[in-house]
Ligand binder design. Sequence first.
Ligand code: FES
Length: 189
Amino acid sequence: MAQTQASKLPVAAGEPAAPQGWEPLIVGFLCNWCSYAGADSAGTGRMVQPTNVRIVRVPCSGRVNPRFILRAFARGADGVLVSGCHPGDCHYATGNFYARRRLMLLKRYLEYLGLDPRRLETHWVSASEGQKWAEVVRSMSETLKALGPAPRLGEWFGADLGLATETGPGEPPETGSNERPETGGQRDA
Ligand code: FES
């Protein structure tokens, strides 16, 4: 059987080989206005696509904090997909521009951590592009199958990255309020 392009990808040193029959787990952060609707239209249009994407709906791709992605990897994702409106179509004007810049930097950070940067993909998919969504998922799934299971960031770094707990070091506890926590120090009048 002919090998696909993805199956020829070299696997980064230190990454484990895939066991027989293994399927990658993809966590997808999808903007509510475009890509979530695009994925929905792929589903209602009964387009053939892998079923290994767990979707997290966010208001805008600009809402995706890099910590969300690190936490997904720490908790077992083999790949993370961030998808939003096409550049220029963001419902909050510039959210996807921020996302694009942030995620480019994060890819370099992933490489520094020892994760293959191809495990993080960013795509722009509109509400009417169900076919494109199905293609994105198919191709990412192929790429990840070639790369094999991701090393677990949580096992490597755990609390050092603040990924082992819900609120890692440096993050304030959830209070349900926007007020800054009292520090006990001097306050401005
Ligand atoms: Fe879709 Fe900003 S609203 S990317």
